[in-house]
Design a protein around this ligand. Structure first.
Ligand code: SF4
Ligand code: FES
Length: 765
């Protein structure tokens, strides 16, 4: 520790800390524009200049490290005069358009100008003008207002992982620019709106819809992935007008992904239903709640529930803990064990379905191996932690099918098709065995190990893991979407055990972990099993059967075979034609509830707006449904009471069902690669218009080498057929795709009906 003096106060501080960090810690305000605690130091705005004893010139507080005996004055006349001069320079070219600027009322420049600026300008020459650029449907530019702090440039390079903006020109001609004809495509791009200290970058969807002082700020938790980002919804007239991050260093730091930020547009989409719907002669008819409940009661009561498992219950992994618990309780009362939330999975082992460590512990490992995750789209914000880790520690390896880790330093990057994951993990396990005394009892695994020969890449990964002090292996949730997902998990767990590594699965959805902890699943009853056995009735909650379940064909057949089908959903679409009644439930912003995120952190939240129309929170719908069905024990008055009962279920531990290795059959031919884009992941984000304005051309992606082998050319139309459907689509060459695979966007209109069958055939159209 060293001793310094700041504004006359003596402090003991760590060496190599910057003056601005010290000042922030002790609550001394130093004005700044270019400095941001999460970005590299640019020191180009000069707003933070401070006086330091024995230095003839003022020094930038953000770029000057403290030294023993340093005496800093942040309030002296010299400092104030310097800062005033800098402010005057910055305002020379800044337009005086605060009344029409969307940033007005929450602008750093405006606030600092009030505190440090002069009341009159001495500059009478013409101000410069910079032409605005179209950088996409999410961010609006007014570049004449830009003060060239480069926060946006540094963010996209250092956090977004791709240098999508840059500063071109010098001096007065310096301006922010994207690549010619390119928009900003980062999944985290919206953060530059918050970072921009002036109104040069503002939110296109929010623009001019409200002034900042008209908005009520309400905290909630994002429902779009298992990170559980803390967010703040800004509400006017009971409508969410925008969403910004709420800082939580151990979860989302001070960022959010674009789908967390802009998905609010889907909340009031035209597909929202405001009243219960009943199907009459293939048409939907609005009915009141009383009639709807009576209709459901009549149909459910007709079922002989003495015979078990007559009713199948399936809900989304985005369902809250309270909704999951009430569904489970209803299932028990209706004598059915056929309940599940795993919609995309084909592997159903229940143990170790969480991260295995805290989110902020990920980067403390000395070596990391990730298998089977398209991180950028699966977990846009978590991907940033892995990128930062990889670039800093240079000990990051990944085995995946689609390469989206371009500007990231990977020790080893193995791009293979999903059926080859198991082989690579067996190679690593064999190599681990050769270097340790780890014993495996399973004869099946021993047999499988006999026939693999570790490749050089596998040897390098193993060597790296073994030579590091602390290591971690993380599997992407896509692993569970594969037929041999459980095999992959088992082998990865053996490797982790042998080298004493942290082992974790990166779960897909907001409450995948919570519903797993609640035991809303079983190792021998899966959604697949529920839907393949004939049922008298189904209750399905909070998902779209055609997009969110891996086999639209199977789910539609199950609905057809049942006598009565009830959907509880915020939206209606053509996918719901197999249902008899649809009850309008509220999305997460209009209900209270609890999610458990990937690190098992329990986060409860309240509604930020009242329910839309006559829709109701899911837990209330289920409670009243149980009352109508005269089921015992549903007298809850609040979601907190439901949560308290749900937590008791947590003590009942999941059993370890992952012991058996079932060697999978060798595959040949083309495999389907299901790329679920970040903005297609659930019903709300799919309806957020601005997230889809840059609509991808409908196409499938194939590696150029595979295209050559198959005799295909870029842009050609092909017919893809799976066991579910056949689609006609353009091919696009993409060298990021592994060999012998066809990558489709799994939840897009054009390809959703192919399902997630692992194998497909293609034909030239
Ligand atoms: S656009 Fe905003 S964030 Fe980017 S350099 Fe200009 S002022 Fe800074
Ligand atoms: S904040 Fe220090 S130079 Fe900009």
């Amino acid at each position: 520790m060293i001793k310094i003096k700041i504004d006359g106060k003596t402090l003991e501080v760590k060496p190599k800390t910057s003056i601005i960090e010290v000042a922030d810690k002790v609550g001394i305000d130093i004005p700044r524009f270019c400095y941001h605690k999460k970005l590299s130091v640019a020191a180009n705005c000069r707003m933070c200049l401070v006086e330091i004893k024995n230095f003839a010139k003022p020094l930038p507080a953000c770029a000057t490290q403290v030294m023993e005996g340093m005496e800093i004055s942040t309030k002296s006349k010299f400092t104030k005069d310097t800062q005033k001069s800098v402010m005057e320079f910055l305002l020379i070219n800044h337009p005086l358009d605060c009344p029409i600027c969307d940033q007005g009322g929450e602008c750093d420049l405006q606030d600092t100008a009030v505190a440090y600026g002069a009341s009159k300008t001495r500059y009478t020459e013409e101000k410069r003008v910079v032409f605005d650029k179209n950088i996409g449907p999410l961010i609006s530019t007014d570049l004449t207002r830009c003060i060239q702090c480069t926060r946006c440039v540094r963010f996209l390079k250092e956090v977004g992982g791709m240098a999508e903006l840059g500063l071109i020109g010098r001096g007065e001609h310096a301006e922010i620019s994207a690549y010619v004809d390119k928009s900003v495509e980062s999944e985290l791009s919206g953060n530059i709106i918050d970072l921009c200290p002036v109104g040069a970058l503002t939110s296109k969807p929010f623009r001019y819809s409200a002034r900042s002082w008209e908005l009520s700020r309400r905290s909630t938790i994002s429902s779009h992935d298992s990170l559980g980002s803390n967010i703040e919804a800004h509400v006017k007239d009971d409508i969410v007008k925008r969403v910004i991050p709420k800082e939580n260093e151990s979860i989302n730091e001070c960022w959010i992904s674009d789908r967390d930020r802009f998905s609010y547009e889907g909340l009031n989409h035209k597909d929202r239903i405001t009243l219960p719907l009943k199907r009459v002669k293939n048409q939907w008819k609005e009915i009141d709640w009383e009639e709807a409940y009576e209709l459901i009661e009549k149909n459910i009561k007709n079922i002989d529930i003495k015979k078990s498992d007559q009713i199948g219950i399936v809900c989304s992994p985005q369902s809250t803990l309270e909704e999951g618990f009430l569904l489970k309780k209803i299932a028990k009362e209706l004598n059915t064990s056929h309940i599940d939330y795993r919609l995309l999975e084909k592997s159903f082992s229940k143990n170790n379905n969480w991260l295995g460590c805290k989110i902020d512990e990920i980067e403390s490992h000395d070596a990391i191996l990730v298998v089977g995750s398209n991180l950028k789209h699966d977990q846009p914000l978590l991907a940033h932690r892995f990128r930062r880790y990889a670039n800093k520690k240079k000990n990051f390896s990944i085995i995946t099918s689609y390469d989206d880790f371009h500007s990231t330093h990977c020790l080893e990057k193995i791009i293979v098709n999903p059926s080859a994951y198991i082989n690579y993990l067996l190679m690593i396990l064999k190599q681990v065995q050769l270097n340790t005394k780890y014993k495996i009892n399973s004869q099946e695994i021993k047999n499988a190990l006999k026939i693999v020969k570790p490749s050089n890449e596998a040897k390098k990964i193993t060597q790296n893991l073994l030579s590091s002090k602390s290591r971690a292996i993380f599997l992407g949730h896509q692993i569970l979407h594969l037929d041999d997902g459980d095999n992959i998990k088992l082998i990865a767990m053996h490797i982790a055990q042998a080298i004493e590594a942290t082992f974790g699965l990166i779960p897909g959805y907001a409450n995948s972990v919570g519903l797993n902890e609640l035991n809303l699943n079983s190792d021998n009853i899966s959604t697949d099993k529920i839907l393949s056995q004939k049922k008298e009735a189904h209750i399905m909650m909070n998902f779209d059967p055609s997009y969110d379940y891996h086999s639209p064909k199977k789910i539609n057949a199950a609905l057809k075979n049942a006598k009565f089908n009830l959907a509880i959903s915020p939206y209606i679409s053509d996918s719901f034609k197999g249902f008899d009644v649809v009850l309008p439930m509220t999305p997460f912003t209009e209900t209270s509830g609890t999610y458990i995120n990937m690190e098992k952190r329990i986060q409860s939240f309240s509604a930020v707006t009242p329910p839309f129309g006559q829709s109701r929170p899911g837990w209330k719908i289920l409670r009243v449904l149980a009352n109508f069905l005269q089921l015992e024990g549903f007298l809850y008055d609040s979601s907190e009471e439901v949560k308290a009962d749900a937590m008791i279920e947590f003590d009942k531990k999941n059993e370890d069902n992952l012991k058996v290795f079932k060697p999978s059959k060798i595959r040949s031919g083309l495999e389907i690669l299901n790329l679920i884009k970040a903005n297609d992941s659930d019903m709300i984000v799919r309806r957020a218009a601005s997230l889809h304005k840059n609509k991808d051309q409908s196409c499938c992606l194939i590696n150029p080498t595979t295209m050559l082998k198959e005799g295909l050319i870029d842009g050609q139309k092909i017919r893809i057929s799976s066991s579910e459907a056949e689609v006609l689509i353009n091919v696009k060459a993409d060298e990021n795709v592994c060999l012998d695979a066809v990558a489709i966007f799994g939840k897009k209109d054009e390809t959703a009906f192919l399902g997630m069958d692992n194998k497909v055939k293609i034909k030239k159209a």
